[in-house]
Design a protein around this ligand. Structure first.
Ligand code: SAM
Length: 270
């Protein structure tokens, strides 16, 4: 991940990237706005976050949440350009599957994997909807910075549980909700937004617009429990060694030393 990418990662938070406008959540209009964003802008502005990274300053190489994936069936939720699938394919996963709402991202992922001699079953669909994925089938379902785009967290977790075999593992990362509340301003960190506010908003980014809501950590934990998962591990720490190795003095890196910017959950289907 280059330094530019790191600086842009997690940019949608605490008003750092333009003004947020409150919106009423309408599932179809969120699908339309967000799929249009990724069809037209991709990750040019936001920067991709792909395995081995779970976020700017958290990596699989240190956390070892997947362990040995050889012979395992993998499903990615929100695969973007397919680089995380590549990472797992090169580690000898037996099957690669993914769903993404953006036709353009699915095309990019197909091309990316083909060029590397890997094949995958890629489905263009909102993660919230029935899309023909097999049930009781996967050893791992995972998602790197995509789960939070769902319009229906409980429904999505329940679908993910259905795709997993018993004892299958679900790993996902997303922006830490505290990071979304705090902005760096004039060398200070300022609490800008109510942590409890989960209302939906639209935000303009460069040439596009995205619609989302910031959920509390307890909303994720409770939705996992309701879908029949047990949490095995949760990571909030920033990896200082990663910051040091990149010699990163950005405001974002300084913020990441003070508070969690990413959270990662490893949960198991009971
Ligand atoms: C920030 S990217 C993360 C993906 C990948 N890790 C990357 O960095 O390229 C978010 C991805 O989620 C997809 N996405 C957004 N909303 C979605 C939804 N409701 N269902 C499925 N995919 C969605 C987008 O098209 C995009 O490819």
């Amino acid at each position: 991940m280059d330094k530019n990418t790191v600086n842009k990662t997690n940019i949608i938070g605490a008003g750092e990237a333009g003004n947020a406008t409150s919106v009423d959540m309408d599932k179809n209009s969120v699908y339309k706005t967000n799929s249009y964003y990724w069809d037209t802008q991709g990750n040019d502005f936001l920067g991709a976050i792909v395995l081995p990274f779970y976020g700017a300053f958290v990596s699989e190489e240190k956390c070892q949440l997947f362990g040995d994936v050889s012979g395992k069936k993998m499903l990615e939720i929100g695969c973007g350009n397919g680089q995380s699938l590549q990472y797992l394919g090169e580690r000898k996963a037996s099957e690669l599957w993914a769903v993404d709402i953006s036709e353009k991202q699915i095309d990019k992922a197909k091309q990316h994997l083909k060029e590397r001699g890997l094949s995958a079953n890629l489905i263009c669909s909102p993660m919230e909807e029935e899309c023909g994925l097999p049930v009781d089938y996967f050893d791992f379902v995972y998602s790197i910075y995509a789960i939070g785009w769902t319009t229906d967290l409980e429904g999505t977790f329940s679908r993910i549980a259905s795709y997993l075999k018993k004892d299958g593992v679900f790993i996902f990362s997303w922006s830490h909700p505290i990071h979304k509340c705090v902005a760096a301003e004039h060398n200070r960190l300022v609490f800008k937004k109510c942590y409890f506010d989960e209302s939906w908003y639209s935000v303009s980014l460069d040439k596009g617009k995205l619609t989302l809501s910031d959920r509390k950590l307890s909303t994720y934990v409770n939705a996992l429990a309701k879908a029949g998962f047990i949490i095995e591990q949760m990571i909030e720490e920033t990896d200082d060694e990663l910051i040091q190795s990149r010699d990163d003095n950005s405001d974002f890196a300084k913020k990441a030393k003070m508070l969690p910017v990413t959270f990662v959950v490893k949960a198991r289907k009971l």
